[in-house]
Design a protein around this ligand. Sequence first.
Ligand code: PMP
Length: 308
Amino acid sequence: ANSTPENIWFNGKLCPWQDAQVHVLTHAIHYGSSVFEGIRVYETPRGPQVFRLQDHVQRLFDSAKIYRMNIPFSQQEIIDGCKAAVASNNLNSAYLRPIAFYGDVGLGLTPPDVPVQVAIAAFEWGAYLGEDGLANGVDVCVSSWSRLAPNTMPTGAKAGGNYLSSQLISMEAKRHGYHEGIAMDINGMISEGAGENLFVVRKNVIYTPPLSGCILPGLTRDTVMQFAKAMDLEVREECIARESLYLADEIFMTGTAAEIVPVRSVDRITIGDGKRGPIAASMQQKFFGLFSGKTIDEWGWLEPVKSS
Ligand code: PMP
């Protein structure tokens, strides 16, 4: 369960949680006109550190650019706001949710000519698909819903409206007793989970769907690809057919919330040995090692919440 944070960064300053409010006629509520991020802060021996903060803030601004939305703050101000949100709530680990949205009151569809509002919430959050999922794998299904087509709504933008698609996918999966659903793209090839990118391992080669307009360019996806390079493992960005899931030696999903989670079955077909595979395990080890100090952060991905 999420604990309620004491303070939220709202339009440039920290304010008490209950004061960070919008009107019921807020444009973003009616039309999905928001862009947002999910960022994790990990407890480390050197104090709380934000993971890939600059890359997440860059993606927030990229999402805004796609929608011609002007965020009335600099990237540095958002970075500082993220840190302030964590520090002011005395959190050692956190999930950060920066969101930029049209807050205008009125029912016009085109984005109103008013300053975009920005909020940053920080709260405690455990493993998204459960600790058991991280250790033993999760059961997923291929969704009856397809992911957005590239010429409908851009999946490269992390926009509020996109998450109606994700909600349909994950609600259907949970209704049928799965942990998560995986969507195909409009060509019938595998795209991504409701909130995770996907990796498939066969004969020691790692496959993942390409950045072809049908997935979010996940930062955990990128992290795993860089780990693979460091570990001399081959990664191929290729279209993946549904049956390749069933025949995989290993599958794992990646996301800021989900972290690196093995998949033990797809559509009730057991994947590999039906438990966490060796490549997923080594990726997890490298990933969580960044925060325990066992993995040297040669990429400069960690950034302290408090400047020392
Ligand atoms: N795909 C979708 C649809 C997502 O919502 C997320 C979570 N942000 C991801 C992939 C994974 O992205 P990241 O690793 O940057 O969190």
